[in-house]
Design a protein around this ligand. Structure first.
Ligand SMILES: *Cc1c(COP(=O)(O)O)cnc(C)c1O
Length: 355
């Protein structure tokens, strides 16, 4: 076995998908399963499909292309607007995409016409989080333009909150989105079939039954992968939080002072570190660093272990109070936050093992 090792339990992912699909179905919502947190790993995507995801979404065309290559013929959604250079690939690998620029939609349309296809577009509206999307007032006019592009079917509108600005999705925000939908429908003279209301950040409101009728789908990654909603990181009832675990190997155990010796300047990443003096403590060095994981997103499964820091290749832990003796060669296990999972999933240095 090579370490660091990301251990993936597809049964837990399938279970979580089923729980969330059922939760959404009760509120009249379709589940778009989002696998980007696991880099579109084949077994993760398959588990989402088995668990009841109605479509698979990813922000990367490369991941959607691989999903198609395994033979998945179901619906795919491209979550990040394609660059102008990638529109042909977007049409090839995604049935629909989230967009906010007319130039991009025109380019998508040209590609779709060449391929004899219709590409579905969800127009993204910014409700204040300040990542993708057009201001509310611009949506109807832009929707009118997009709907006229040959090769394009404007299927609906959508929004994304809690990603850049940390803006919490609320019932009021969803109502605003539905008002925009009505204005767009009046402009187009027809109904829109899709209103894509958000992400795992919306799961708390779904649980509290605060989702207004009319929103048709949510795009859920973290909820399925880690069993948590993503505003307060509260567990979703009935979901597992350990579908992924990271194992890393101890390469040194030494008793050392808890404060470095000498004058302190910047560390390897330009930060000036601060240290509490706790006397001489037993420390373990693990062969896992910032190239492998986000060290701040690792949660030790062994009680009594504390992560002190990390450099590119080393994770430094205080193991003085570990409940079992930590030695060179010991394998330690960690749960992961979204950020740690994302990094471990994309790192070529982290081996993956599917249970
Ligand atoms: C990543 C992403 C999602 C999924 O977000 P989670 O918080 O993992 O549920 C949904 N929509 C868009 C546009 C995304 O980029």
């Amino acid at each position: 076995m090579t370490y660091p090792l990301l251990v993936i339990d597809p049964q837990k992912i399938e279970h979580n998908t089923g729980q969330i699909a059922a939760l959404l179905a009760k509120e009249g919502l379709r589940l778009v399963g989002v696998a980007k947190g696991a880099a579109g790993h084949q077994d993760v995507v398959k588990a989402m499909i088995k668990g009841g995801a109605a479509a698979i979404g990813d922000s990367r065309i490369a991941n959607l292309a691989r999903i198609r290559q395994w033979g998945y013929r179901g619906e795919t959604v491209l979550l990040r607007a394609p660059g102008l250079t990638r529109c042909a690939d977007a049409v090839t690998y995604a049935d629909s995409s989230l967009n906010s620029e007319i130039v991009t939609v025109r380019r998508l349309g040209e590609s779709a016409v060449k391929m004899g296809q219709k590409h579905k577009v969800i127009l993204m509206v910014d409700l204040g989080d300040l990542r993708e999307g057009v201001p509310l007032g611009q949506a109807p006019g832009l929707a009118g333009e997009m709907a006229q592009v040959p090769g394009i079917h404007l299927a609906g509108i959508g929004t994304n909150l809690a990603c850049y600005g940390g803006v919490i999705p609320t019932g009021e925000a969803m109502e605003l989105l539905l008002q925009v939908k009505e204005k767009v429908e009046r402009r187009l003279g027809r109904r829109l079939e899709r209103v894509s209301g958000g992400t795992s950040a919306n799961l708390k409101m779904v649980l509290e039954q605060k989702m207004p009728p009319g929103i048709t789908e949510l795009r859920i990654g973290e909820g399925i992968l880690l069993g948590k909603e993503s505003v307060y990181r509260e567990p979703i009832p009935g979901c597992c939080d350990d579908a992924f675990l990271l194992r890393a190997e101890v390469i040194e155990v030494q008793k050392k002072p808890s404060r470095p010796t000498g004058e302190i300047g910047q560390d390897a990443f330009g930060n000036v570190p601060h240290f509490k003096d706790r006397g001489i403590r037993k420390r373990a060095l693990l062969a896992a660093g910032r190239q492998d994981v986000d060290p701040g997103g690792l949660i030790p499964l062994t009680p009594g272990i504390e992560i002190l820091g990390a450099s590119s290749d080393h994770l430094i832990c205080d193991v003085e109070e570990a409940v079992f003796p930590v030695r060179t060669g010991t394998i330690l296990e960690f749960r992961l936050t979204y950020s740690a999972l994302l990094r471990a999933s994309v790192s070529p240095y982290v081996a993956k093992k599917v249970l």
